[in-house]
Design a binder for this molecule. Structure first.
Ligand code: AP5
Length: 211
């Protein structure tokens, strides 16, 4: 079976990272996530681009999108090194969707559908283990090991105020991307309100059917 090329779209906290990690393991493809790429480059000088601020951090901590040129460059670099992939966090606006058309074909585009209040609950309760990178939720999936619990950290952009702003940006800027793919008959909706394991059953089935 050829290595699949998959896009996973969804609002902030819809479970893109959770489902992309499973996809990467199961189908043996690279997980490319713009959120992680940008967090690793948070303080990189981007003043050579047409940007209002000098580093990605300023955009991210306010819940705003980092300029297209910066993100597209990182995605291009990452895609040039792989055959199959699961891409999470890109495209975030119609311009990025058009850039992606010029970079690669994709086999399947999945949209994890979750309502806004659920997204706020998920993100404000999310905690990351800085040692392993594993993601937990203080209510839905706390760690069993108290040592892990002690070292958990909250992402800088998971405060309620920033989460609300990220949702506003999603509604205004990224929902048109959902319509863009829907109009082209390329989008497959997955019920993202189910438990992570139930969502995974649907995601895996969709990817297998697209092969
Ligand atoms: P990014 O890191 O991509 O953030 P996001 O899209 O807001 O998504 P998240 O990573 O917060 O959530 P997720 O959908 O991966 O959910 P997760 O699986 O962790 O981007 C961050 C910032 O970078 C942006 O704000 C922007 O500034 C910049 N950026 C990124 N891409 C860009 C681009 N293309 N252009 C410009 N700027 C860009 O799950 C969330 C929580 O819910 C966890 O606690 C998890 O345990 C829990 N959970 C997951 N699934 C379920 C479930 N089914 N049921 C119950 N709980 C669940």
């Amino acid at each position: 079976m050829a290595e699949p090329r998959i896009l996973i779209l969804g609002g902030p906290g819809a479970g893109k990272g959770t489902q992309s990690r499973k996809t990467s393991e199961e189908f043996n493809v690279k997980h490319i996530t713009t959120g992680e790429l940008l967090r690793a480059n948070k303080d990189r000088d981007i003043s050579e681009f047409e940007s209002e601020y000098d580093v990605p951090r300023t955009y991210m901590d306010q819940g705003e999108l980092v300029p297209d040129e910066v993100v597209t460059l990182l995605v291009k670099e990452a895609l040039s090194q792989v055959n199959g992939f699961v891409l999470d966090g890109y495209p975030r606006n119609v311009e990025q969707a058009e850039e992606l058309n010029n970079m690669t074909d994709v086999d399947d585009i999945l949209y994890l559908d979750v309502d806004e209040e659920e997204l706020v609950q998920r993100l404000t309760g999310r905690r990351i283990d800085p040692k392993t990178g594993d993601t937990y939720h203080i209510k839905y999936s706390p760690p069993e090991d108290p040592e892990v619990e002690k070292r958990l950290e909250q992402r800088d952009d998971d405060t309620e105020e920033t989460v609300r702003e990220r949702l506003r940006v999603f509604r205004e800027t990224t929902e048109p991307v959902i319509e863009y793919y829907e109009e082209r008959g390329q989008l497959e909706r997955v019920d993202g309100k189910q438990s992570p394991d139930e969502v995974w059953v649907d995601v895996r089935k969709a990817i297998e059917n697209a092969q």
